[in-house]
Design a binder for this molecule. Structure first.
Ligand code: DGL
Length: 269
């Protein structure tokens, strides 16, 4: 493991490319190895034990390739498997929840925070715990929004159906706490729907709502953790992508990554 070693990023599927996209903006010189467990996606509606088992396999794949840092792009895996993943890793392992929680607390003006994510993420209570550890006075309202993942994958970004779904979900949050001023996108896929979610949230709240994106918060956390071992070269870093199934990846991945991708190598974990 050295300065030149790559950063490992894994996700249940292609959504984690939102984290790679943020990482390439913050640390453009770093080489990245990405693994999408596309054969077993989604993790969001599976049991914590299954998510932990799958996640350990993904992390091992990255560690075997000599990464200097592991980013758990998947919020569900971060929420349900972080302690097991950190215990099994000889290099730093960063989850999505802690950076997202810190960014939410930095953004809120009144301590009223909402978190949206998959069923698994919300059921775990991980965001509530992470926020309470940092500021016990903050108030968190959490809601699972499972339909957002297929909408993002379909590319229904600017679409009245997405707005209607967002309205139906987000109304519940402000009914529960009309004072919410900050909304955490606690899922890899949600940054794609950021505009629709933000627009609808502000219509419902009738005020400014700050959107916190856990992908950006994670990239910033990676920069801080790497400190002296980040790779500040002029050359743009390599991105090597692996997946456990390659169906539709050529179409889906660039949508999340925001740039073309030269292809995936198929792996069997
Ligand atoms: N990557 C997952 C997450 O961020 C969303 C997709 C899934 O359910 O696997 O929670």
């Amino acid at each position: 493991m050295s300065k030149r070693s790559p950063i490992g990023v894994f996700d249940s599927g292609v959504g984690g490319f939102t984290v790679v996209r943020a990482l390439r903006q913050v640390l453009p010189g770093e080489d990245i190895i990405y693994l999408g467990d596309t054969a077993r996606v989604p993790y969001g509606n599976k049991s914590p034990r299954t998510v932990e088992r799958y996640s350990l396999g993904c992390q091992k794949f990255l560690l075997d390739r000599g990464v200097k840092l592991v980013l758990i792009a998947c919020n569900t895996a971060s929420a349900q498997a972080l302690p097991a993943l950190q215990a099994a890793s000889e290099v730093p392992t960063i989850g999505a929840v802690e950076p997202g929680a810190s960014a939410a607390l930095a953004a809120t003006r009144n301590g009223r925070i909402a978190v949206i994510g998959t069923l698994g993420t919300i059921r775990s209570g991980a965001y509530e715990r992470a926020i309470a550890e940092r500021n016990p006075a903050a108030h968190v309202t959490a809601l699972a929004c499972p339909l957002f993942v297929p909408l993002a994958e379909e590319g229904w970004i600017d679409d009245e159906i997405t707005d209607a779904v967002a309205r139906r979900y987000l109304l519940q949050l402000w009914q529960r706490d009309p004072a919410i001023d900050t909304l955490v996108l606690g899922c890899t896929h949600y940054p794609l729907l950021r505009k629709a979610i933000s627009r609808v949230a502000m219509q419902i709240a009738q005020r400014d709502v700050t959107i916190v994106d856990s992908a950006t918060a994670m990239a910033e956390a990676a920069r801080q953790v790497l400190g002296a071992i980040d790779n500040r070269r002029e050359l743009a870093g390599r991105l090597d992508a692996f997946a456990t199934d390659t169906t539709r990846l050529d179409e889906l991945a660039p949508r999340f990554l925001g740039e073309p991708l030269t292809g995936f190598e198929l792996v069997d974990l």
